[in-house]
Design a protein around this ligand. Structure first.
Ligand SMILES: Nc1ncnc2c1ncn2[C@@H]1O[C@H](COP(=O)(O)OP(=O)(O)OP(=O)(O)O)[C@@H](O)[C@H]1O
Length: 365
């Protein structure tokens, strides 16, 4: 479900212009991040989508329908919404927090609780946490519950307002990874607000950079914004060293793993070969490398192998693929699926070509 802002302005009663003539098209099934310094109108923009705030002028279309044509309460209930520090009801258990929206929408209690249990699992929390109260969870766990509660609305649209700002950087990175993983399965239209450019680049299919005064400064893919900032404000905001650092967040679009000769641990590798062979176990997971011209007597054991480098999990940012290639004794980075099974290999050259291709994209203002 796409979202479109058409000439949207929000002027608060005291005269503050929080959003100034915003035109923005948010594509269906993508993560769009609104980013910018404090007070630039990100939250106001987000809240106008579900009519928690009404625009002064202009219109917002959800799936090509003006949101003003829907009942505000029904609209709000039907759109997942996650805020900083989760906003959970403190006197309700975790399960009851998640079940709130389905019950408001008329589901019976048992069905709503069953759904809530499923969602707990979806966001990676153990079922026993369902009986606890929010204060008995860590900050990161509370945020996951907040995400589960928003998913309970079962809406194609999810609004997230600085959902991960209150947790420490390590937990935050875990939550970001989890969100990307969830999104690859769910394909929601997610609008995500943050003031953290790294988070924006990591999560966004597109990034909308706002400047104070509620103006859109630039809208494009993360690589557009990093590589071709439209003006000094944007380049100052993304930071001078981001051009390189940002590469670590680029998705690996266009990177195709190649086949690699494999040898089974416990099997007979046969005559020595003049190339590297990737040793795998019965499940197809990598165990190390068999060096060229190695002589193995009897079955191949782990003692015959050279330890491997880091593994690159398919679908994660491309920087990991470069690390895998550079740390591998064979010069071939091993690509695995999320089940740890080998999908193929990539070379550093191959990864750099993909990075250069991505950085050569258009200027996208
Ligand atoms: N109810 C209100 N009345 C008057 N001004 C408001 C109101 N809510 C927000 N503002 C002002 O509107 C501007 C935009 O606020 P908004 O919360 O949308 O920004 P933001 O980019 O989300 O900021 P932050 O990152 O600090 O949350 C700010 O100048 C803010 O002070």
């Amino acid at each position: 479900m796409g979202i479109e802002f058409r000439g949207v302005t929000k002027r608060y009663p005291d005269g503050t212009v929080a959003v100034d003539n915003l035109d923005l098209v948010i594509d269906d099934g993508t993560i769009t991040v609104l980013v910018g310094p404090s007070g630039c109108g990100k939250t106001t923009s987000l809240r106008m989508i579900n009519r928690m705030i009404e625009p002064t002028s202009g219109s917002i279309l959800l799936d090509e329908e003006d949101v003003r044509d829907s009942d505000a309460a029904v609209l709000r209930r039907g759109i997942g919404y996650v805020i900083q520090s989760a906003g959970l009801f403190p006197h309700r258990t975790v399960l009851s927090n998640i079940a709130t929206v389905p019950m408001l929408s008329g589901w019976d209690r048992r069905k709503a609780r069953r759904r809530a249990k499923e969602l707990l699992e979806t966001v990676g929390l153990p079922p026993e946490l369902g009986k606890r109260y929010p204060a008995q969870l860590s900050g990161g766990q509370q945020q996951r519950v907040g995400v589960a509660r928003a998913l309970a609305a079962d809406s194609p649209v999810l609004l997230m307002d600085e959902p991960f700002s209150a947790v420490d950087p390590v937990v935050r990175e875990g939550l970001q990874t989890e969100l990307l993983r969830l999104q690859s399965r769910l394909g929601k239209t997610i609008v995500f607000v943050t003031h953290d450019i790294d988070e924006a680049i990591r999560l966004g299919d597109k990034v909308a950079v706002f400047r104070v005064g509620g103006r859109l400064a630039q809208y494009g893919t993360p690589s557009d914004v990093l590589r071709h900032p439209v003006d000094d404000f944007v380049s100052g905001f993304v930071g001078k060293d981001r051009g390189y650092r940002g590469l670590s967040f680029l998705p690996a679009d266009g990177l195709e793993p190649e086949k690699v000769p494999q040898a089974l641990v416990g099997g007979k590798p046969g005559a020595p070969r003049n190339y590297w062979q990737l040793a795998v176990n019965q499940e197809g997971q990598p165990r190390g490398w068999l060096a060229p011209l190695s002589i193995v007597e009897g079955d191949l054991t782990e003692a015959d192998l050279v330890a491997g480098g880091s593994l690159y999990e398919w679908g994660t940012p491309v920087r990991g693929a470069l690390d895998a290639a550079l740390s591998s004794p064979s010069g071939l980075g091993v690509v695995v699926g999320d089940d740890g099974v080998v999908m193929g290999v990539v070379t550093a050259r191959h990864v750099l070509d993909v990075i250069e291709g991505a950085s050569g994209e258009g200027t996208g203002a």
